[in-house]
Design a protein around this ligand. Structure first.
Ligand code: PHE
Length: 341
């Protein structure tokens, strides 16, 4: 029986060392030293021993129990410490890890061009004047010298509201009348940016909505030379100091004389390419001296005051600048397009 004890003891020591979690260790304790444990069961058999054998065996048994109990406590402490350490490590937050970065948006290409245009005109002393998108027929056409049934109206077919005579503006020019009526007879230097609308078949070259930036200068002794000088300066600031410009005579009902301004092609520098259709020039705006009738409608006496006006399309300028082939990209909300800017 003593041999059995030694055997059990040795076995217990061996399995104890293999216990690698506190749960396994608790099982070991129950199976070894517990009320039904292997060592405990041996004490039940003491009665079978002779009187001389009993004390020797009893002593050895107690010593073995104490030894195993001590070894158990020691092992338990080690495993508990290890488990705590593991738990702390696995639930810890690594504060040195870089965070997940937010997806940052950016300005729409049309907005970027608009801001650049504002900055240049701001430097030249022109303030931004806001004018409404919903206009009356009177402001959009009549006061700009485009009467009912005038053939020039064909250029500007638009969207009508259910209220007769109330439409979406086809250009930013009605803002000229609003600004003049607000400031007359003071001199004016403003730009009027905003969305315009035309009822058109949507193609790569035309959209039903697009931005315009109108410009208006009114005062005494403003001449065609001022128009040409100011717009040439704008073009150089916008497209580069050596950029050539040219003016071509044109017709608008609200300016007289009227012109269109071209800049030397910004992609090929005048050599001729696909974007300028091998002309070497790109048309970027319409302009002219404010028509006497329009000055009068705005509250200025055309015998005393004069002025110039212009209108440009920032989307068109952006297309020319980046070689964008289709104006519909601007408002179709396709991220593959927008992310390129
Ligand atoms: N309103 C004109 C257009 O839409 C542009 C323009 C503005 C021309 C001012 C001359 C003066 O085409």
């Amino acid at each position: 029986m003593l041999a059995e004890l030694e055997n059990l003891h040795a076995q217990a020591v061996e399995t104890l060392e293999k216990a690698n979690t506190t749960a396994v260790l608790e099982d070991w304790h129950r199976d070894t030293l517990g009320r039904r444990g292997s060592i405990y069961l041996l004490t039940r058999q003491i009665g079978q021993l002779s009187a001389e054998e009993r004390p020797v065996f009893g002593q050895r048994l107690n010593a073995a129990k104490d030894e195993l109990e001590a070894a158990y406590e020691q092992r338990l402490a080690i495993l508990k410490a290890a488990e705590l350490k593991h738990k702390m490590a696995s639930t810890a937050i690594d504060v040195t890890l870089p965070g997940r970065s937010q997806w940052r948006g950016r300005l729409h290409p049309a907005t970027r061009t608009l801001r650049e245009i504002y900055r240049i005109w701001g430097d030249m002393g022109f303030q931004v004047y806001r004018s409404r998108d919903v206009e009356t027929d009177e402001y959009n056409f009549e006061l700009l010298n485009i009467p009912q049934h005038h053939p020039a109206r064909d250029m500007w077919d638009t969207f009508h509201t259910t209220t007769p005579g109330v439409i979406l503006r086809t250009h930013t020019s009605p803002g000229q009348i609003h600004a003049m009526r607000e400031y007359a007879p003071e001199p004016i230097r403003v730009i009027l940016p905003g969305m315009c609308y035309r009822y058109e078949q949507i193609t790569a070259r035309s959209e039903i909505q697009f931005h315009q930036v109108e410009g208006l200068a009114v005062g005494k002794n403003i001449s065609l030379a001022d128009l040409k000088g100011t717009l040439t300066d704008f073009a150089r600031r916008m497209f580069g100091a050596n950029r050539k410009v040219r003016f071509r005579a044109n017709y608008f009902p609200f300016t007289e004389p009227s012109a269109e301004m071209d800049v030397e092609c910004i992609l090929c520098g005048g050599e001729g390419c696909q974007v300028c259709k091998y002309a070497g020039w790109l048309e970027i705006l319409g302009c002219g001296m404010v028509h006497p009738t329009v000055l009068r409608n705005g509250g200025y006496d055309p015998a005393v005051y004069s002025g110039f006006a212009f209108g440009m399309g920032p989307e068109r300028i952006t297309m020319l600048k980046y070689g964008i082939q289709d104006i519909r990209y601007f408002w179709s909300n396709d991220l593959r397009f927008l992310e390129q800017f």
